[in-house]
Design a protein around this ligand. Structure first.
Ligand code: FEO
Ligand code: CA
Ligand code: CA
Ligand code: CA
Length: 658
């Protein structure tokens, strides 16, 4: 038996989202929320429209005209970066407090076991507890009760700390089945009920009928054009109607009818295809970087769970599991208000390493959902449903996500842009090029986008939409291959881009369904001009940004609050000498009009900040501390670190950010 080394204990498993797979560049040198259903009655509840109405009315004034929204007030005093290598807490601006709210291993479902500090909980116990690596999340208020809600929280992947002795392999180099099952149980989504107590503080409700874990072991329904399709058939699911589980749920989205959208990001790291010849010709594997080695790229699940070995096996129906990787990379719709509901993989959104699915809705009910494909040189997408949201017909809205148009973005150097439709038959998306129907376009969305001439970006992560004017902001976190494998352009202007940028997209007429837009760079992250690096040398020009205010690197999570403040959450390697001036990862607050940016929160050493949501009154904000490196949240220098949702409030009870 071998274990990962003890130095792995505090280490986050390597992330492979920074590998570049897009080869086309060589050639081109490329709160709405919340509806709220009364689950017990199973009825669609028009109270949803409370919150929705609020946002809609604020949009009415601005969508479609050029009026600027009022500059939001940012009232807190910024804080300094934290550069102490042993910094192991969460610090927030003066007048605010932050406390751990929901950590890996906390009981979720009724009958759950308590978290054991030596990580000896079994996989069956993990299945009822909070998963690992909290990421995107959303707060859904109950109908007619803003003091009670359901929080839905993604658990993206696992750390070696999940097990007492890290990841183990037997003498044959295989993982242990019970360990793999624990890892699968620690992926996915948590639904937890929360309410304000008599002191006005938000607390978890446990037990609750709504508390639920969804994992890599949960059956899901297929919807859209891949239902029953050959590309989805496997030996275990010959009818292509049911997929077991979701993987690598990074960021998220939500709908005006009160459902949560979990995204599947780096799913390719869980699969292997040992047949290198087959791999070379199989776009659905190769264009996504599935492993061809001894095991998958990440945890070695493929050594013990045959579903993750996608090598074609001609002795089995549908060649075994060769199509299993096709069944990940989608948007998973979850109804938190119906704990019995089966999650649905919505295939009309297309398949890539989907970071997020940020919703926008115009006053007329027209929707769009914006997504980043977080790999070096990949694309920004949007999905536009054919039908508008109709608040008078909530039942009809339930199928809105099955029909619509998937687009990919082209960012021209002159500040204009175009959404290119990924539609079978359009501009080379034909049978001769490997796209005999829309199903192939959706499964191989990256390859389809290559043909259309989309712009390769610097790792698109989150998108978010300004509720006051529907401007879309997308974080392009970094790309150290820019200027080498990928050409410089106006939207991605820096070589060896270590610090990233945030790009702003303004749809024509502020119409979410527009096919043309204007764009600008909202901010280039990085150092101030004239700063010095770890060795006291001047920082090179490509690492200098244009931030007005506090420095940061690698923007990742983004979110707008009701008043129009833009919150930015960072994800960089805080031990990399390039980040010496940045300190630990952080949350900042930006004014979209003045572009002023203030540091609001700093997290513990080793973590990234990710996931952001608010209570309906915006007096409580939650953010996630993912993969802390030392001992957070115990912060005692000994306890195993745990990914944790943190609750932030203002001491005077005011709105966060004021
Ligand atoms: Fe899961 Fe690209 O972050
Ligand atoms: Ca991210
Ligand atoms: Ca990231
Ligand atoms: Ca990440």
């Amino acid at each position: 038996m071998t274990h990962s080394t003890s130095s792995d204990f505090h280490q986050r498993l390597a992330s492979y989202d920074d590998e570049a797979i897009n080869e086309t560049q060589e050639k081109s040198l490329n709160n709405i929320a919340m509806s709220r259903r009364d689950v017990l009655k199973g009825s669609l509840n028009a109270a949803a429209l409370g919150f929705l109405g609020l946002n809609l009315s604020s949009r009415l004034a601005f969508a479609g005209d050029n009026a600027l929204p009022p500059a939001p007030y940012i009232g807190f005093q910024h804080i300094q970066p934290r550069t102490d290598p042993l910094f192991d807490e969460v610090v927030v601006a003066d007048g605010y407090q932050a406390k751990a709210f929901f950590s890996w291993g906390d009981p979720v479902e009724t009958g759950a076991t308590k978290w054991k500090a030596d990580a000896s909980n079994s996989w069956q116990e993990q299945l009822k507890q909070a998963g690992d690596n909290h990421d995107g999340m959303h707060f859904f208020a109950f109908p007619n009760d803003n003091n009670r809600g359901l929080m839905v929280i993604n658990h993206e992947y696992i750390n070696a700390t999940l097990h007492t002795d890290g990841l183990s392999y037997d003498e044959q180099g295989k993982r242990l089945l019970d360990d793999v099952k624990k890892e699968q149980a620690a992926h996915g989504v948590s639904v937890i009920e929360v309410k304000k107590d008599s002191q006005g503080e938000w607390q978890r409700v446990y037990p609750s009928l709504y508390n639920r874990r969804i994992s890599t072991l949960t059956p899901m329904k297929v919807s859209g054009s891949l239902t029953g399709h050959d590309l989805f058939k496997t030996v275990s699911d010959p009818n292509a109607i049911e997929i077991i589980g979701t993987l690598n749920n990074c960021s998220n989205g939500f709908t005006p009818w009160g459902t949560y959208l979990a995204c599947e990001e780096n799913w390719h790291n869980y699969f292997v295809n040992h047949d290198k010849k087959d791999y070379q010709s199989r776009v659905s594997h190769k264009r996504y970087g599935i492993s061809t080695g001894k095991q998958d790229n990440y945890y070695g699940w493929s050594t013990i769970d045959k579903r993750f070995d996608a090598t074609p096996d001609d002795s089995l129906p549908h060649q075994g599991y060769v199509n299993e990787p096709n069944r990940f990379g989608w948007v998973v719709e979850i109804d938190p208000f119906d704990p019995q509901s089966k999650p649905v993989k919505r295939t009309a959104f297309g398949r890539f390493c989907r970071e997020c699915v940020a919703p926008a809705m115009a006053e007329n009910g027209q929707l769009a959902f914006y997504s980043g494909d977080d790999t070096k040189g990949e694309y920004v997408y949007k999905f536009v449903p054919s039908q508008r949201f109709d608040k008078a017909d909530m039942q009809k809205n339930r199928d809105l996500l099955d029909e619509g148009t998937l687009y990919v973005g082209r960012f021209n150097d002159d500040g204009t842009g175009r959404w290119l439709p990924l539609v079978h038959g359009n501009e080379g998306l034909t049978a001769e090029n490997g796209f005999p129907s829309q199903a192939e376009v959706l499964v191989n969305a990256r390859a389809a986008a290559d043909i259309l001439g989309a712009t390769p970006m610097d790792r698109p992560e989150w998108a978010t939409v300004n509720p006051h004017n529907l401007d879309v902001y997308v974080s392009l976190t970094n790309n150290n291959k820019r200027g080498k494998e990928f050409e410089l352009n106006a939207a991605n202007p820096r070589p060896n881009n270590r610090h990233g940028q945030i790009i702003k997209i303004m749809e024509d007429q502020a119409d979410p369904a527009a096919t043309t837009f204007n764009w600008s760079l909202f901010v280039l992250a990085g150092e101030k001009a004239g700063s010095t690096d770890a060795k006291g040398q001047p920082v090179p020009a490509h690492l200098v940004g244009d931030i007005q205010g506090d420095i940061f690197s690698s923007p990742d999570g983004l979110g707008f609050d009701r008043d129009g403040r833009l919150w930015i959450l960072t994800d960089y390697d805080d031990e990399d000498p390039v980040m010496v001036n940045m300190g630990c990862n952080q949350v900042l607050c930006a004014n979209p009009q003045t572009q002023e940016i203030k540091r609001f929160l700093v997290g513990p050493r080793g973590c990234e900040l990710t996931g952001i949501t608010w209570s309906p009154d915006y007096k409580a904000m939650w953010v996630n501390i993912q993969h802390p490196g030392l001992s957070y949240p115990a912060s005692d220098g000994q306890t195993r670190p745990r990914s944790t949702t943190v609750l932030i409030t203002k001491n005077d009870g005011g709105v966060i950010g004021t």
